[in-house]
Design a protein around this ligand. Sequence first.
Ligand SMILES: [Zn+2]
Length: 389
Amino acid sequence: MTEEQAGEAATAPVRPATARGSRNDHTRRHNLSALIRAVHYGGPLTRAQLTRETGLNRSTIGGLVAELAALDLVAEDAAAETGGVGRPSLIVRPRREVVALALHPDVDAIELGAVAIDGTVLARRRASVDAPPTPRDALAFAWEAAREIADELPGSRVVGIGAAVPGLVAIDGDTIVDAPHLGWRSFALATALTDALELPATVGNDANMGLRAEWSYGAARGVDSVVYLNGSASGIGGAALVGGRMLRGGRGYGGEFGHMMIRSDGDVCSCGRTGCLETELNAPRLDAVAHDAAELDALAGTLATAIANLECAFDPDLVLLGGYLGALYDARRDLVTARARELAFRPEADDIVVARAALGGNRLLIGAAERAFAPLLSDPAGVELRPLA
Ligand SMILES: [Zn+2]
């Protein structure tokens, strides 16, 4: 599954149809999906809350919860409903034994995590590297780390593995077309992960997965028009949610905002062009001017210029900044926001909202896991989970 859509939670439940056979089955699967999504994104919910959230009646909810419980995807605990009158309501919670693995190879480290179906990072392994890892290094690390994590989390059942890669990933969710900082080209990583770990695997661009995580559990929760910029050791990654859907472009390469030109007379970028955002505003440059207020102001101005350009293109409800861009924003919040509003094309741009991403070091693991969970969330009864071993 190569789904890039973040707005899956918008799926409305279907009321039980009176027709029998396949239509009933379709309705049941659709409603199972609505229910598992509700607890996936919303955490433990009472049956009353589920009724409100999905619009389904109480007895239908009861049947669906029983089915999800039989699949060992949720559990029910008796707990008093605060402020309620009468019988204590049962609380439906997603089972943390249901996990996805998440891999993040980067220039300075490789990381593998196990993320529960409620978005909690349960376990992680990280290996620092002196030189960018090869695909072979990443696969060997993933194999080893998965075994260690299996020992740490006995009884877990895994839906698959997602990988977040700093580079261009083909629309098939398998092939890394070009990850320049890693030096990986035309490598079918999802296929290789499936072969190595015997799990369904999917691969995506790291910034897309970062934004997806923030949309599900972080600072962009519930906001369907978002522009995201993340500064890391691999440069600046970009992604955009447009009307609840991840911007992909025709070939899956959309959102490379780190390479939009910010200065025609700027420095030469790793991509070969001149004056790209990630060349004008990178971590070494930021470190070098950390104690020079005027230089820091200038870099904050560069960030504001980038935000104003993206405002023109996307008119987002939220501009979300992660990594060193989040840190720069924190150091110069007023300047960045004021300058971006000043430079914005649209009238009355005083409502431009800029925020720092919330999930920190967990973001890419959660985002990659979100991708691995997607088939299960779409069809909870139709996806096979395997013991994590
Ligand atoms: Zn560039």
